[in-house]
Design a protein. Sequence first.
Length: 85
Amino acid sequence: MAPKKDIRIMVHQRGWVFVGEYSETAKEITLNNFSVIRRWGTSQGLPELAAKGPLTNTVLDKSEYPLTCGKGTELFTIHCNSEKW
């Protein structure tokens, strides 16, 4: 059985919201297989999206490249139900 991936929603500066496979080093955070969450499509905000995965009205812009940012530049992350993502 493969280990569960650490899927997180990451809220970044200036309103950017991402979701992907989270990893970090001492200096950087990387999201692999990530998407920009353009429209949440929820009635209960990001926690609903984290728990239930993408909903009917959710709009995701998938990237074929990983996202890397400096550690500490994110505002916060939310752990997701990896089985739903």
